[in-house]
Design a protein around this ligand. Sequence first.
Ligand SMILES: *[C@@H]1O[C@H](CO)[C@@H](O)[C@H](O)[C@H]1NC(C)=O
Ligand SMILES: *[C@@H]1O[C@H](CO)[C@@H](O)[C@H](O)[C@H]1NC(C)=O
Ligand SMILES: *[C@@H]1O[C@H](CO)[C@@H](O)[C@H](O)[C@H]1NC(C)=O
Ligand SMILES: *[C@@H]1O[C@H](CO)[C@@H](O)[C@H](O)[C@H]1NC(C)=O
Ligand SMILES: *[C@@H]1O[C@H](CO)[C@@H](O)[C@H](O)[C@H]1NC(C)=O
Length: 331
Amino acid sequence: METTHLTFSLIIFTALLTFSSLLNPTLASKCNKDDKKALLSIQSHLGFSGWQSSIACCDWSGVNCDADGRVIGLGILNFLSAGGTIPPAIGDLPFLQELFLHKLSDLVGEIPRSLTRLQNLTTLGISWTNVSGPVPAFLSEMKSLNYLDLSFNNLTGPIPASLGTLPSLNFIHLDRNRLTGPIPATLGNLPPPLSLYLSHNMLSGPVPRSLGEVVHINTLDISKNQLVGDPSFLFGASKPTDTIIISRNLFEFDLTGVEFPVNLTTLDMSHNMIYGEMPKQMTELNMLQNFNGSYNRLCGEIPQGGRVQDFDQFSFFHNRCLCGSPLMACK
Ligand SMILES: *[C@@H]1O[C@H](CO)[C@@H](O)[C@H](O)[C@H]1NC(C)=O
Ligand SMILES: *[C@@H]1O[C@H](CO)[C@@H](O)[C@H](O)[C@H]1NC(C)=O
Ligand SMILES: *[C@@H]1O[C@H](CO)[C@@H](O)[C@H](O)[C@H]1NC(C)=O
Ligand SMILES: *[C@@H]1O[C@H](CO)[C@@H](O)[C@H](O)[C@H]1NC(C)=O
Ligand SMILES: *[C@@H]1O[C@H](CO)[C@@H](O)[C@H](O)[C@H]1NC(C)=O
């Protein structure tokens, strides 16, 4: 699933990079003077080269302007081999709507408060860097945010509850960090359709009930944490959920009476302590493309029919006493 959304981000980067060169050069040459100054300061702070003062800033790679020459998009990517801390001068680009700092292994230090000056920022991606420290609570001051990707960094500490107050935020990637503590119940207040990627951290405690009340979760990936309890309230035949990945946690619940969202395409529950039987309703999941229920404590006959037998033994093995195709026949 990470791959899918990384692809999504990369499409945005590519759009960002190509868009500036498509702009009418006479418009691009307008290049807002204060924005240009901020960009030059960012370049010198990060120690890369390539943005030449003699060229209009809207034509620089990774820079995207509006028709008035104001910088609305910025993507600093691996090929710029930039290093150091996140430049405070990024906060001096008041028109910025999209910011990506991606695949910069020499980018270090904490996420600076100066970012909160970007009140029109809808999209913030800081991913595949060595940025550390907390997911700052002050991100909740950036009221326009709808997309937040802080995946693949070295972030620690809890997920701030204040993120749940952002009125438009519904796409959150905090996966592949070293985050601890519970999933805040406030995330259930975020506007639908919600996509939440929190996998590969050290989150603990139960999944908050509030996530079962969100009217539309599109994707939930909370795999590879230390979450406990019974999150079966995330399921329900009438929910429009597409993807649920809860593998590699400490979940312990009876699957027997559970009804899965009928349009699920991906369901991974592997490596937990789930017990009981596999629900017959599984045969009604006509969209199911990925399934993994292995390494649990399930028992009884695997439901026969629908798409269930499209999956091989490795989707069912290492359970207490599951039987029937694609495993051995029941005795
Ligand atoms: C922020 O967006 C609003 C609404 O689109 C616009 O009126 C305002 O001028 C923008 N501010 C800046 C600094 O771009
Ligand atoms: C973080 O830095 C280490 C050591 O320089 C490097 O090996 C690693 O790839 C970096 N991580 C990321 C995500 O860039
Ligand atoms: C990640 O952060 C920890 C401390 O929080 C630090 O010890 C470690 O060196 C960091 N790793 C990198 C690659 O920066
Ligand atoms: C499942 O998908 C179908 C076809 O797109 C749609 O009509 C139906 O409302 C969906 N059901 C749910 C529970 O989202
Ligand atoms: C399900 O997970 C198990 C354990 O991680 C793995 O060995 C198996 O290949 C997975 N099956 C599928 C279909 O991905």
